[in-house]
Design a protein around this ligand. Structure first.
Ligand code: GUN
Length: 282
């Protein structure tokens, strides 16, 4: 089975659009998401445009704040603080990665935790690991939603997460633990990666390397979630999993594109709505 992330994301966005119409009438204003991008990285630009398009579809207000590559760290921090102060702004997102002269950690720390739609602020990360109510990072949350929609049982299963980033690998492992999976966190330098992956009932790969996972590394019937987005030399978009050889033996698999990516954006919409509701009920 190919897990149709694009379709699941679309269905959820339709539901959210109705929810947002009702919430906007109830509270007298629309949820508002500000997306900030520094520089011209084509992949990042395409992601932020998709985020704005989805937020318009869902009936949000918001702005794409496009800043030149030469923006200083101080200027960026000032713009973030302005958004923090604006009462009508619910969610603030700064697209990563940032140019090298800007310290990413300072930027993440500057976003007001209650407006941090990405769930990257240290306060929100800590709350996640302490099982306190918080904003959950969009990609891992989208993957849990996909697994549930695909009918993959989680409790008591062995999940292997290949990748240990703050954005995907680490929060992913935590969410799977919460679903009573046993979790192994591996990475690109894990010694016996093939045999560890072969033991996975659920294999989630977020490394950023094409062909990282080949058919010999997958247990027949396993659910395979491909978080990778890589561009080949001839411009084709591919994941971290060799889809052609793995798809025939996997029980379920996400394609690239059309798998995890659209779910990340949909969860961003969900997080913005959640923040909007919370801020209106304070
Ligand atoms: N860069 C890659 N993924 C993400 C994400 O989920 N949020 C932000 N802000 N930047 C990213």
């Amino acid at each position: 089975m190919i897990i149709n992330g694009k379709q699941i994301a679309q269905n959820l966005k339709e539901q959210m659009r109705e929810q947002v119409a009702a919430l906007s009438a109830q509270y007298g204003r629309k949820p508002c998401l500000n997306v900030i991008i520094v520089g011209e990285n084509p992949a990042s630009l395409s992601y932020v445009k998709s985020k704005i398009k989805a937020s318009e579809y869902c009936g949000f207000d918001g702005e794409l704040i496009q800043l030149p590559e030469t923006t200083t760290q101080d200027e960026l921090l000032r713009i973030i603080r302005e958004s923090n102060e604006k009462d009508n702004v619910d969610g603030i997102l700064v697209q990563l990665p940032l140019p090298k002269h800007i310290n990413e950690q300072y930027v993440i720390n500057a976003i007001a935790p209650e407006k941090d739609v990405d769930g990257f602020h240290p306060t929100n990360v800590a709350k996640l690991w302490l099982n306190q109510q918080t904003i959950v990072p969009c990609t891992p949350l989208g993957i849990i939603t996909l697994l549930e929609h695909s009918g993959t049982p989680l409790e008591g299963r062995h999940a292997v997460v290949v990748g240990r980033s703050n954005i995907v690998g680490k929060p992913m492992a935590k969410l799977l633990l919460d679903k009573n999976c046993s979790v192994t966190i591996a990475h690109s330098r894990t010694a016996n990666l093939a045999s560890i992956c072969r033991d996975a009932d659920i294999l989630i790969v977020a490394v950023g390397r094409p062909q990282m996972i080949t058919a010999d590394m997958v247990k027949p019937g396993a659910t395979v979630i491909d978080v990778g987005i890589n561009r080949t030399s001839d411009g084709k978009l591919v994941g971290d999993v060799d889809f052609e050889s793995v798809a025939p033996i996997a029980g379920a698999i996400t394609p690239v594109p059309g798998g995890v990516g659209p779910m990340t954006i949909t969860m961003l919409m969900q997080n913005t709505i959640e923040i909007f509701i919370q801020r209106n009920n304070k």
